[in-house]
Design a protein around this ligand. Structure first.
Ligand code: WTA
Length: 631
């Protein structure tokens, strides 16, 4: 696949992609390996919604990730794995070896009863076997659902049950910095309420000192041996067959299973990867995300492997054994393309510069940012101290639902502007709308961000509940996909995402619904009601502030600890509130609606102007909340 080489070419490609999307995308799709060509490039209708890209085509995405590279690049490293502990050995897995290990793992899944269309849940640490398992599912047409290994047993069982998964892949333990995470034990707790799981396959990351349930649990290593080196037959998939489910937070308490399908996702993953990062064959590419999130799916596994790149997988954390770990790894492997999250940048920015300066970062060519708005200060620090002023920063805006990067600079090709995601990729038609759903034309404007034309990697449905997909994304504004984000378009036509306009928070780049946290808090027996809001946080972007009404309790600090424990149990540590304020009432309108605007203001520490409170049922609760606000 050719990449865009100049700004002029970007402009002409963009124009072509809008004027004639089917020709534009079919030219790109031709560079992939298909069992059968498509009959029709695009059929769509946002009302239902019904989206079909490359209808009638047959393919397998893993042949495009693996087999396709074997002729010329069999020995090239596909995956570099850097372990949590730098004293442990790293792994280099070539394309040939990865191809073989995926084929064998796929056969292992088959032997354990997994067939095309079955759902397989992956609750695994950041080890090569996670990438292998993802690809093994795709090889045989099973639908993978990766569940972030920081989620609790309850969150895991909710997701397994929603997907009615047949097999769970996990590990004895995960390791992060000095912590050992008992993944198998958590999975055991989760599975007590999961009736559909028939088999659990457990990879031994540590010593294997875990309980194994007879006839249900099997060791990965044993199951691989039983395959006898035979690779599974590749399944020929329809273009629109589901590739994966990935659960993400929305404005209700229940996360939704975003469904991506095969061909469109594939085409867009490679196209966006090559163009945004301006990938060259010699690049060493590192995305620090976790495979439990969409960034890991599209830009650790699929995008880079489709492009035949060397992709680095990192098991550890940025600050252990010291805050120089990222830079040490960049230096060690001569990483040239580096993709991380603003929250990590801000955390490292707060540490001594000597942790950066100790390492040679001259291999870096492009820096990326994803997951939340990057503030100007962090952008500049990243640009000057990591990129030494020489590396373009691609601030990439996109979502679990969009499957791939939507608005971002193409490194070194299109203009940069600190804190701006800048311009849409070819094929992407963003628009801003006002509260009445009218499109806002022109520049120097602000509104809600929508997309008015399909792109290949967009979500197709939400698992088991198509109406929810329609309602959440396609009903707010007619004939438009609604992103849930607010956005500015400046005088030059550059886009700047200003943050969510719905009840979704963005905590360290992780999407968490306020309703989800409230549901978790409300499961505590002495809690009557709660309201959760996000507030600006120096490192995490947003912090979580919870207002909680309780019945009797003796010790306030103990009560707060219990609430935190409850959230860890229901969701996981990522959803722990930074501040909990016990209150006797919440500011409600006469119709019983919580006025979150007031709670947000108090959480921001700005109580000077709370706006009109006259419509409140009991304005006096506001005074109490102001007095008790947690600084
Ligand atoms: C936010 C992550 C500003 C946004 C790929 C979006 C961003 C949500 C950016 C999706 C960015 C992501 N600038 N905001 N460059 N990238 N976001 O589904 O609010 O985990 O709606 O996908 O993150 O988060 P998700």
């Amino acid at each position: 696949m050719k990449k865009i080489n100049s700004y002029e070419e970007y402009l002409s490609n963009y124009e072509k992609s809008i004027e004639d999307p089917t020709v534009f995308w079919s030219d790109i799709a031709k560079t992939f390996h298909w069992h059968k060509q498509w009959d029709n490039v695009l059929e769509w209708n946002f009302d239902e919604p019904s989206i079909n890209w490359f209808k009638g085509a047959k393919l397998n995405i893993t042949e495009n990730c693996l087999d396709r590279h074997l002729d010329s690049n069999a020995d090239k490293t596909a995956i570099i794995w850097e372990p949590n502990d730098p004293k442990e050995s790293a792994q280099h897995i070539s394309y040939e070896e990865l191809h073989q290990r995926v084929g064998i793992a796929a056969q292992m899944l088959k032997n354990n009863g997994v067939n095309k269309g079955d759902r397989v849940c992956l609750y695994m640490p950041m080890i090569p076997e996670l990438a292998i398992a993802v690809l093994a599912c795709a090889r045989i047409g099973a639908i993978h659902s990766v569940i972030f290994a920081g989620f609790s047993a309850k969150a895991l069982s909710d997701r397994v049950n929603d997907a009615t998964a047949k097999v769970l892949l996990t590990a004895d333990y995960g390791v992060r910095a000095t912590k050992k995470i008992p993944l198998k034990e958590i999975a055991d707790n989760a599975l007590e309420s999961c009736a559909t799981i028939e088999k659990v396959i457990v990879f031994k990351r540590l010593d294997g000192s875990v309980n194994m349930k007879a006839d249900r649990d099997f060791w990965w290593e044993d199951e691989i041996l039983k395959v006898n080196g035979v690779s599974a037959k590749v399944e020929s998939m329809d273009a629109e067959d589901e590739l994966f489910i990935l659960y993400t937070s929305g404005s209700t308490g229940q996360p939704k299973g975003v469904v991506h399908s095969t061909a469109g996702y594939m085409v867009y993953a490679e196209y966006s990867f090559r163009n945004v990062f301006q990938y060259n064959d010699k690049d060493i590419y590192w995305c620090t995300a976790d495979i439990g999130w969409i960034t890991g799916h599209s830009y650790i596994i699929y995008g880079p492997l489709l492009a035949g790149a060397t992709t680095l997988m990192f098991e550890g954390v940025p600050t252990w054994p010291n805050p120089g770990r990222f830079w040490e790894v960049v230096d060690k492997y001569q990483v040239s393309l580096f993709y991380t999250a603003p929250t990590a940048i801000r955390a490292l920015q707060a540490c001594d510069l000597s942790f950066v300066d100790k390492h040679n970062l001259s291999s870096l060519r492009v820096l990326g940012s994803v997951g939340e708005p990057i503030n100007e200060e962090a952008w500049k620090w990243y640009h000057i101290n990591i990129g030494k002023g020489n590396c373009p920063i691609v601030d990439t805006w996109w979502q679990t639902e969009t499957g791939g990067i939507m608005i971002a600079p193409l490194a070194g090709i299109t203009p940069l502007k600190p804190a701006f995601a800048t311009l849409p990729l070819p094929g992407i038609q963003p628009c801003l709308v006002d509260a009445d759903g009218n499109e806002i034309e022109g520049n120097d404007v602000e509104g809600n961000l929508c997309v008015k034309f399909p792109w290949p990697s967009m979500l197709r449905t939400t698992w088991g509940d198509h109406d929810r997909c329609k309602l959440t994304y396609f009903s707010t504004y007619k004939d438009k996909y609604f992103t849930g984000d607010g956005c500015k378009r400046d005088e030059d036509g550059f886009y700047r995402i200003t943050g969510r306009v719905d009840d979704v928070m963005n905590i360290s780049g992780h999407r968490i619904g306020t309703a989800e946290v409230e549901c978790a808090i409300n499961t505590h027996e002495t809690v009557v009601e709660s309201a959760v809001v996000g507030y600006p946080h120096d490192i995490k972007g947003q912090g979580i502030y919870a207002y909680v009404i309780c019945t009797v309790f003796d010790d306030e600090s103990l009560m707060k600890k219990e609430i935190i424990q409850q959230i860890i149990k229901e969701i996981g540590p990522i959803a722990k509130p930074d501040k909990i304020q016990i209150v006797s009432g919440l500011p409600k309108t006469r119709s019983g609606k919580i006025m979150r605007r007031i709670l947000r203001k108090v959480a921001e520490g700005d109580t000077s102007n709370l706006g009109d409170t006259s419509t409140l049922l009991d304005p006096s609760v506001v005074e109490e909340i102001k007095i008790g606000a947690i600084k």
